[in-house]
Write a protein that binds this ligand. Structure first.
Ligand SMILES: *Cc1c(COP(=O)(O)O)cnc(C)c1O
Length: 294
């Protein structure tokens, strides 16, 4: 910290504010989590946002342009939790390492992990309690971090120490173990994918036929996990009133957490692995009844 009266430099005690030579990464902007990844990466690298779906409120996944040949990596957010989009296919980035945030879709369906150089996912959606993060990294990328990277952020150190470089969140990991055993006994990702597709199809099909609500998301990139829906009402006041009443009456009926993310409003059904088909059917029955009151 600069002493009082000292000019605040762009660096701290001689360390450059951005260590090392700036490499370029390419990132596709598909919403808030992509933006956060871009903002963090910009502290260390030049960030090339090659495509964005911001023009339509992130309701679609843009075509993925090819990376630059020297890009350090190419980043996508596989499932966009808040807006309810999912990549329809894994983009081909050639020899440039593909990195993804898989937080809200990990183990929701089979995914060709070998196509990714690095996958990271917070545990709290499909795996277990908050506080644990899963990282799957291609072995040849270990140990490539520059020397100035703090030890806690170096995957080679975590790897060498068997993920116990620091005291790990033991309880969270224990619960994740139970969840993984549950999933394995059920039939694994293949099996849960069938249930997840059935759950999502029930809601999307209902929304197609509903006179009261619709899905704002492009059909070819709809999430299996997060399904936003909005009233067909055009009048803003009336729309807001419907949303408020819907969320309150649903909660009173035992259907909770249906408000859309505070950044986008509307409603959203998050139907992670732990949500049974019965829960989805109860939601649809509630929506059908609600429609009649409009
Ligand atoms: C939930 C989520 C995160 C992490 O959320 P935190 O609350 O910051 O732990 C990151 N990315 C995506 C896509 C998510 O859905």
């Amino acid at each position: 910290m600069p002493r009082p009266g000292e000019k605040a430099p762009g660096s701290w005690r001689g360390f450059p504010s951005v260590p090392g030579k700036k490499k370029r990464i390419t990132l596709i902007d598909t919403g808030i989590w992509a933006k956060k990844a871009a903002d963090e990466a910009a502290k260390y690298a030049e960030v090339n946002i090659a495509a964005s779906s911001k023009d339509k409120a992130y309701t679609y996944i843009p075509d993925a342009p090819a990376p630059g040949p020297d890009d350090a990596y190419y980043h996508i957010t596989w499932n966009n939790t808040i807006v309810g989009t999912k990549w329809p296919a894994i983009p081909d980035t050639g020899t440039v390492p593909l990195v993804t945030d898989l937080s809200s879709a990990i183990l929701s369906e089979p995914l060709d992990v070998s196509r990714f150089a690095l996958i990271y996912a917070g545990a709290q959606k499909n795996l277990g309690p908050a506080g644990t993060t899963v990282v799957i990294i291609r072995e040849d990328l270990l140990g490539k971090a520059p020397g100035w990277v703090p030890a806690m952020l170096r995957y080679d150190i975590h790897d060498k120490e068997g993920s116990m470089y620091n005291t790990p969140p033991c309880y969270g990991i224990y619960v994740i173990g139970l969840v993984l055993q549950w999933l394995k006994d059920l039939g694994g990702a293949e099996f849960i994918a069938k249930i997840n597709r059935e759950k999502a199809a029930l809601i999307y099909d209902y929304l197609e036929s509903s006179k009261a609500f619709y899905s704002p998301v492009d059909k070819n990139c709809r999430s299996l996990m997060n399904i936003p829906f909005v009233p067909r009402e055009n009048n803003a006041d009336r729309k807001a009133e419907i949303e408020k009443r819907f969320v309150a009456e649903a909660a009173a009926a035992g259907l909770v957490n249906l408000a859309g993310h505070r950044l986008v409003g509307g409603m959203r059904a998050s139907i992670y692995n732990a949500m049974p088909v019965e829960g989805v059917k109860a939601l649809i029955a509630f929506m059908e009844n609600f429609e009649k009151t409009l």
